[in-house]
Each structure stands twice: as structure tokens, then as C-alpha cells.
Design a protein around this ligand. Structure first.
Ligand SMILES: Nc1ncnc2c1ncn2[C@@H]1O[C@H](COP(=O)(O)OP(=O)(O)OP(=O)(O)O)[C@@H](O)[C@H]1O
Length: 330
């Protein structure tokens, strides 16, 4: 095993009865890296995290966390990991402080150190002001932060975050992202699962796209997006009467194959920047209101690979049509 790899998963398989939820998943996460499993509901993300955090025994395969085998050394694994599960675990009737403090004591920290760490992690997550209130009075975002505080109190080397922003509003999600980015700087190794592509794109050093229990692609967000070639240039006109003439002009003058998406003329090209000078000439005389360029997103990569969206629809879709729909609404 590489000394720098803090998480190594090799051919992990999990069957629930006759159903294979995780089907031979392998990856490595280097020390201090944030690695995301991105996939729709039911892809096998939670099951993978449960195996790595020793809550579920794999049907076959192995994994090592900080060098400890999840199969043969589960006790050692538990000491070096922190887990923020999807189902929140804090006791609603107790204060935030007590939840974190009890967690610290459960990890064997002596009382004075447990108090110190409780204060540190609550402070870090900006929860000190609310520390002595019952958790029942916390907002959704505060609850998630409390779960993170609980998972950090024993200074884990590896942190598992299972859909950490699920169900949060946009504001709370963005605020939580800032804490996760901060954690990255503190050299904790993080495995995050999500079905929000912006989240994976924003936070991850590397992403594995998971679908139906299998990793279908892996790389940095940039590498993955480079798999979906091209960009789309949208031209919005002040007067819709010119839409068809513009489509014709772009076909004839530039040999392009434009389509019309939500009233805008859309052109898919390898590189928009090199097209712009010619495009500007071709647009001369047309009443242009706006020109926008969109690049591929991780959602496009998922659609390209699976024909489905991250929303988890089981309906196979025409990838190009769907890509256009998604771009159209952004
Ligand atoms: N205890 C179980 N018994 C039977 N099937 C299960 C069990 N737990 C999960 N599954 C199934 O295994 C598959 C993977 O589930 P898992 O929870 O790992 O997916 P996920 O990617 O984390 O999705 P979600 O974000 O919805 O939790 C799903 O089809 C799910 O229905």
C-alpha cells in the first residue's frame, strides 16, 4: 500500500440478499485529499461509506483506512475515522454541548480534554452561542454542523461525510461548503458522497462517478468535464423574427448546425473562444440581445456516461436533448 494513501478500497462488493448494491468498487484517497462519490439516489454511496466505516461487512473485497483493514481491524479503523451519516444522530433533547461532550467521552478522552475539544469544535463550527440550547431548537444547517462537530471531536484522520448538505436550503448549503473547505486545509482526508454536482465540483480534488454500484469514471472535476467535448454558445435576439434567418446564416456562412433552445439560437462547438471572431462577423446586422457560453458540467458527464440524470430518473434519456434542457434552464 502507498504510504500516502489514507483510504484504499479494493473491489468492494455488497449484496443485500440477491441484490448487488455495490459491485466491485475500488479507489484510493491520498492524505489530505477530498474525494467525492457522485451519483444518484440508490447508486451505492451510503453502502460504500457504511462498509468503509465498519458499519457493514463487505460481501467481498477489502479496504484499508490509515493502513487498518476494515475486515480484520475494525476497532482500529473506528478510532481513526469520523462519520457524519445521512440520518442525524444527535439527541434532540440534549444541548449541542452535551451531544459533543458525550461523543468525546465515548472516544475515551479524559474529562478536561473532552471539554477542551468540545469547545474547540463547537467554536470552529460557530456553534458556541447555541451550545447550551436543546438541539430540538436548531435549524437544519445547525444540526448538520453539530453532526460535523461530533464527528471531529476525537481528531479523526479520515472523515466520511454522507450527503452532508442533503435537504438544506441553498444558503445553508453554501455556508456548510465553507466549513468543508476549511477542513480540507486542516489536512483531514475526506470522503464525501453527494448527488449534487455543484457540490462535487466545488469541493473535490477528485471525483468518482458511481452508478448502480459501479464507478463509471474517476478524475479531477476538470478531467471529467474534459470527457464531454465542447461548449455551447447561446445567442439571444431582441426580435424572435430573426431566429430562423440567423439559423440559416450560421449554417451557410460558418457551416454550423445551430438549434433553437428556449427561443435562443444554440451552437455546440469544440471551443467557443476561437469561434467568437467569426461569429461576431456573422452576427453583423442581427439584433443581438445577449451571447452566453456554457461549458460542460459534471451532470453532463454523468448523462453522457449513463444516459440518465443525477436526479435518479430510471428513464433512459437522449443525452444531447437532456444536455440542452439542462443548459437551457441555467
Ligand atoms: N438494508 C438494505 N436492504 C436491501 N437493500 C438495500 C439496503 N440498503 C440499501 N439497499 C439498496 O441498495 C442500493 C444502494 O443503496 P445506497 O443507500 O447505498 O445508495 P446511495 O447511493 O447512498 O443512495 P441514497 O443517497 O439514496 O442513500 C439501493 O438500491 C438501495 O435500495
Amino acid at each position: 500500500m502507498e504510504s500516502e494513501a489514507m483510504v484504499v478500497a479494493e473491489e468492494l462488493v455488497k449484496d443485500y440478499g440477491g441484490f448487488r448494491a455495490v459491485d466491485g468498487v475500488s479507489f484510493r484517497i491520498a492524505r489530505g485529499e477530498l474525494f467525492s462519490l457522485l451519483g444518484p439516489n440508490g447508486a451505492g454511496k451510503t453502502t460504500t461509506i457504511k462498509m468503509l466505516s465498519t458499519l457493514l461487512r463487505p460481501t467481498s473485497g477489502e479496504a484499508w483506512i490509515a493502513g487498518y483493514s476494515i475486515v480484520r481491524e475494525p476497532g482500529n479503523v473506528r478510532r481513526v475515522i469520523g462519520l457524519v451519516p445521512q440520518d442525524l444522530t444527535a439527541d434532540d433533547e440534549m444541548s449541542g454541548w452535551d451531544n459533543v461532550y458525550i461523543q468525546a467521552r465515548l472516544y475515551g478522552l479524559p474529562s478536561s480534554e473532552a471539554r477542551e475539544r468540545t469547545r474547540e469544535v463547537l467554536d470552529y463550527l460557530d456553534l458556541m452561542e447555541a451550545a447550551h440550547r436543546r438541539v430540538a431548537t436548531y435549524s437544519g444547517g445547525m444540526r448538520r454542523k453539530l453532526e460535523i462537530a461530533m464527528s471531529l471531536v476525537h481528531s479523526p484522520k479520515v472523515l466520511f461525510l454522507d450527503e452532508p448538505t442533503l435537504g438544506l436550503d441553498v444558503h445553508s448549503r453554501r455556508s456548510l461548503w465553507r466549513y468543508i473547505e476549511d477542513l480540507k486545509r486542516s489536512a483531514v482526508t475526506i470522503l464525501l458522497t453527494t448527488h449534487y454536482m455543484e457540490e462535487a465540483e466545488m469541493l473535490s480534488d477528485r471525483v468518482a462517478i458511481i452508478d448502480r454500484g459501479r464507478i463509471v469514471a474517476e478524475g479531477t472535476p476538470e478531467e471529467l468535464k474534459a470527457r464531454v467535448k465542447g461548449e455551447t454558445v447561446y445567442i439571444e435576439l431582441k426580435d424572435p423574427e430573426y431566429t430562423e434567418p440567423l439559423v440559416l446564416a450560421l449554417k451557410e456562412k460558418l457551416g454550423l448546425e445551430p438549434s433553437v433552445v428556449e427561443g435562443k439560437v444554440a451552437v455546440r462547438v469544440d471551443r467557443a473562444d476561437t469561434l467568437l471572431p467569426e461569429l461576431a462577423r456573422a452576427l453583423n446586422g442581427f439584433p443581438v440581445k445577449a451571447i452566453s457560453i456554457t461549458r460542460a458540467t459534471l451532470e453532463d458527464v454523468f448523462i453522457e456516461l449513463t444516459g440518465r440524470t443525477l436526479g435518479g430518473s430510471e428513464e433512459p434519456l437522449d443525452p444531447f436533448r437532456y444536455r440542452r434542457m439542462i443548459r437551457g434552464v441555467r
